[in-house]
Unconditional design. Sequence first.
Length: 325
Amino acid sequence: MFIDYVEIEVMAGDGGPGCVAFHTEKFVPKGGPEGGDGGRGGDIVAVADRHLRTLLDYRYRRKYKATKGQGGGGSLKTGKSGEDTILRLPVGTLIKDLETGQLLTDLDEVGSRTVIVRGGKGGHGNAYYKSPTNQTPRTAQNGQPGEIKRIALELKLLADVGLVGLPNAGKSTMLSSFSAARPKIADYPFTTLQPHLGIVKLREFKSCVMADIPGLIEGASQGKGLGHKFLRHIQRTRLLVYVVDVNEQDIQATISTLQNELKSFDENLVKHPSIVAITKIDTIDENDLKAVSKELPPDYIYLSAVSRMGAKDFLQRIEYSLDQQ
Ligand SMILES: Nc1nc2c(ncn2[C@@H]2O[C@H](COP(=O)(O)OP(=O)(O)OP(=O)(O)O)[C@@H](O)[C@H]2O)c(=O)[nH]1
Ligand SMILES: [Mg+2]
């Protein structure tokens, strides 16, 4: 469940063909063979990039190709090599060969680099075949084809953003509205019994992992409701979102309740960067919303996970907070 998984095809570049050419110069009859070798095809190289967190971008593009080597030229010129194609992947990505099941690499450190498929060698030009018995070879070799593999990218996800709220606050609805995850949603408390993760696209090439966890109630630390052990799933998140239903009688008191429960699990949790998201704003009319927002700090975000009102603001705030760290 907590694994991001994508299958793609990677094709290294073919080697360029060797060249058949002979030396030509005024007054030099019968110049020798001078066809150069073809260039190597480009490799496909996987690199661990610390700025990436998910494999989301690889879901949209499934084929990656490196460029071909160029053909050799006259005057013993070797063809230009093809360019490598770099696959930037999050740290912690495992790459497996789908045909053999073999683990090709584990990008376990920032900067880890592995060649996944090698470009083909360039073919020899005719100069290569010159020998005492064959002074004028007229053949050259084709380049070798680049390797092709179907590979699986597999990443164990760690959540960046944790949703914390009372039961029924709308956490699961939020996750399903912003990601492809489909946690159960229902109009009764304690619908969510275990954490769900989803990948939220913030903008192109930028995404984060959001965790939806069970609802928290006053006294959870004493075992009320579902207890609070599930909070360990958000202990390593970089940002907490307090999710509060706009219809809640006392929004500030609700946030304090949530914070007290977090504190009794782990003091450090309340020191995490956080955002307050007041949700379900589609359920009250504009004037009531104005009245509510007047009484609350100006940096709270108002949104509806159903109508997606305020969604853009919310995602921007998440992006900004994650960027600050
Ligand atoms: N109108 C409206 N209804 C919402 C919104 N968000 C959630 N709901 C409704 O509120 C109820 C509870 O939503 P959930 O997403 O299951 O709440 P939760 O916080 O995950 O609840 P637990 O898993 O029990 O902790 C459901 O009936 C949702 O349809 C919203 O933005 N607008
Ligand atoms: Mg839920």
